[in-house]
Design a protein around this ligand. Structure first.
Ligand SMILES: Cc1cc2nc3c(=O)[nH]c(=O)nc-3n(C[C@H](O)[C@H](O)[C@H](O)COP(=O)(O)OP(=O)(O)OC[C@H]3O[C@@H](n4cnc5c(N)ncnc54)[C@H](O)[C@@H]3O)c2cc1C
Length: 400
């Protein structure tokens, strides 16, 4: 489809998975895209992500459905940005997720979650210990009080997705500026951005997509736009490469070991390294020490003996882009009508659907209100700091 904005220059700020995928969608519609990143593409939150594609941990129903729609789009999306139409070249792998509880006290919670998801038509189901072992024979599951299998979930490698988008942008003649920080905006009397001030000089633009991850709050404030975020640090360590271990089910959530610590999650990357994190997808964690990495690996080894003598490699804390109420912020800003904000948690799961809707809105000027209506930046505009704090996502620890 040809975009009515063809030949108009749109700058996309931030080359993480959100900015890169939106830039690619826009370029495919004929927009002249300039993609700029203050560092290296994909090296922000996207490089710290556990990159589990799921809709299971998402509430309420409308947000669950948004994630599910994206899940359904991932295969075609990965074919489009991967090499030779092969989704595996961006690390896309289906096979589902297993999680289980060892402590009978947690059974009710797990069963309630499964029932809720089933009521929404999600194909997750309860499994017994025998089926859990058959599903992924590499696991030493230990005592099982209740277990869940979600066969439609998967994983991807965000860096490979970003790289795939950038290669295609380059082939379409788009500009990609790395190591180029956007420092501010020149705006006209109508609030529209006329040019960007960057560390490499000024750039005239017809429109802007702000996909700057955790930096969005500060950058948006320079254009008078309020996009509050919570601080959300997370730690996902890696290991040295291993032969294929999780051959059937790529994503594993295993119970805490009854020692006051949290559950752990494990997946194996396309290059054989394991990624291991603690808690759930939004748990706060700041310990990026070698000792903590070794501890996570030891706990993972008790469930996955095939880890053998692989070594733990600590990874610095990653900061999740986290809108204050936990939900995406997508849309043109009232204060600056040619500036489109694209900020979200779960951006790996959501990239296919959000990039598509953003490109549609930017190009066709047809609002996707039916889907994105609840996620507009304006929802924060009139709120006092106190009201924002009340509206805050339960995991919010500090205003951004
Ligand atoms: C520990 C952890 C685990 C996660 N697990 C999952 C998961 O399992 N599943 C899932 O779906 N999601 C998960 N997420 C969330 C997901 O990774 C993010 O939502 C997603 O990566 C956000 O992508 P982004 O492009 O918005 O941000 P980023 O990847 O941070 O990209 C933003 C880019 O903007 C650039 N930038 C910032 N300011 C400027 C500026 N002024 N000028 C130019 N460039 C600028 C930065 O350099 C950066 O490259 C996880 C995140 C973390 C940290």
């Amino acid at each position: 489809m040809v975009c009515p904005e063809q030949n108009r220059k749109i700058a996309v700020i931030g080359a993480g998975i959100m900015g890169a995928t939106i830039a690619w969608r826009l370029a495919r519609r004929g927009v002249s895209v300039v993609l700029t990143d203050k560092g290296q593409p994909g090296h922000g939150a996207s490089s710290h992500s556990f990159a589990w594609i799921n809709a299971g941990a998402k509430e309420p129903a409308a947000y669950h459905n948004l994630n599910r729609r994206s899940l359904d789009m991932w295969t075609r999306f990965a074919q489009a940005v991967g090499d030779d139409g092969d989704p595996a070249t961006v690390g896309l792998r289906w096979g589902g997720k297993v999680s289980w509880e060892a402590d009978p006290a947690n059974v009710e919670r797990l069963v309630a979650r499964v029932r809720q998801l089933q009521a929404w038509g999600y194909p997750t189901r309860l499994v017994d210990a025998g089926e859990l072992r058959r599903l992924e024979p590499a696991l030493e599951v230990g005592p099982v009080a209740a277990a869940e299998y979600s066969p439609n979930e998967g994983q991807v490698e965000p860096q490979l997705v970003v790289d795939g988008c950038l290669r295609r942008l380059g082939a379409m003649g788009c500009e990609i500026l790395t190591g180029t920080e956007v420092l501010g905006f020149e705006r006209g009397g109508d609030g529209r951005v006329r040019s960007l001030n960057t560390s490499a000089g000024s750039r005239d633009v017809d429109g802007v997509v702000m996909a700057a991850g955790t930096d969005t709050t500060r950058l948006a404030s320079l254009a008078g736009i309020r996009v509050p975020q919570a601080e959300s640090p997370g730690v996902v360590i890696r290991t040295t490469p291993l032969p294929p271990l999780l051959n059937n089910v790529p994503v594993v959530y295993a119970p805490a070991l009854g020692d006051g610590r949290r559950e752990i999650h494990i997946r194996q990357c396309a290059d054989g390294r394991l990624m291991i994190g603690e808690g759930d997808q939004e748990s706060l964690a700041e310990d990026d020490s070698q000792a903590h990495a070794d501890d996570l690996l030891a706990r993972a080894r008790s469930y996955l003996p095939g880890i053998g003598d692989a070594q733990a490699i600590p990874v610095p804390v990653g900061w999740r882009p986290m809108p204050l109420d936990g939900y995406p912020v997508m849309g043109f800003a009232a204060e600056s009508p040619n500036l489109y904000v694209a900020l979200t948690h779960s951006g790996v799961t959501l990239a296919p659907v959000l990039s598509q809707l953003a490109a549609q809105e930017i190009c066709e000027e047809t609002p996707a209100d039916a889907v994105l209506g609840p996620y507009r930046p304006q929802r924060f505009a009139g709120l006092t700091a106190e009201q924002i704090a009340t509206a805050a996502h339960p995991r919010a620890v500090k205003l951004g």
